[in-house]
Design a protein around this ligand. Sequence first.
Ligand code: GLN
Length: 278
Amino acid sequence: MPNLAAVLRDAEQRLAHSSPSARLDAEVLLAHVLQKPRSYLAAWPAKTPPRDALAYFGELLERRAAGQPVAHLTGEREFWSLSLQVSEATLIPRPETELLVERAATAIRRNAASRVLDLGTGSGAIALALALKFPRLKITASDASTEALRVAERNRKMLGASNVSVVHSDWFQALNDDYEIIVANPPYVPGDDPHLREGDVRFEPRLALDGGDDGLECLRYIIRLAPRRLLHGGWLLLEHGFDQGAAVRELLSAAGFSAVGTHRDLAGHERVSEGRRQ
Ligand code: GLN
């Protein structure tokens, strides 16, 4: 029987043609199968994995080689140091969205805010990261997809975030409260962008990604309606595409927001824009 080092080497080779992160994928999947942290693999390279674990690992490798996202195979993804459950019903949380959490945290402190809305919460990633950081905050996490809400609610329970309420709403439709901060990571990829037909994105819900012809449809709609649910002096914070900063700033200014600005993610891309309701 091969040891862990050999199993990983072989798996990396099998994934080399289909994944840009073959080694990492192999490690994450093997650690998942063995129910150990990834560090275990480096610590015990000479150990021999059990036969049934190897068989299961082989199945997962095959599915990964066919393109399925690692997060769908393990059923989880780390975001803001939280382990979140994910499924085909939601976007897989992305590292750049942590910038939105950081900017929201700054706005919450600055306004001493007590009520926050995460519009289109998906897996609940943003709402839950904020809820655990600010236990006294009341957060509404809404989504139009009932399947996504099931994922968000499961994550909420698992993390014990009693300060989050998960509600069904198509954008603002079923929301009647006013908020001091509204955050959203809406769909913003242009419908004909080839990106939607590549890699992991192919396995994610179109509803969470496709922002219409120019990618700005949902952003435009949210910016137009947000002032109705935002208290005076409250902030709207939005994630958007790397090339949409100028357009989003313009939309925010045209809708009467002040202190409009954009922040760059770790890759240096304009990623989060914000504005204050007068
Ligand atoms: N950043 C994501 C992507 O490029 C899109 C996320 C979104 O539309 N909210 O795949």
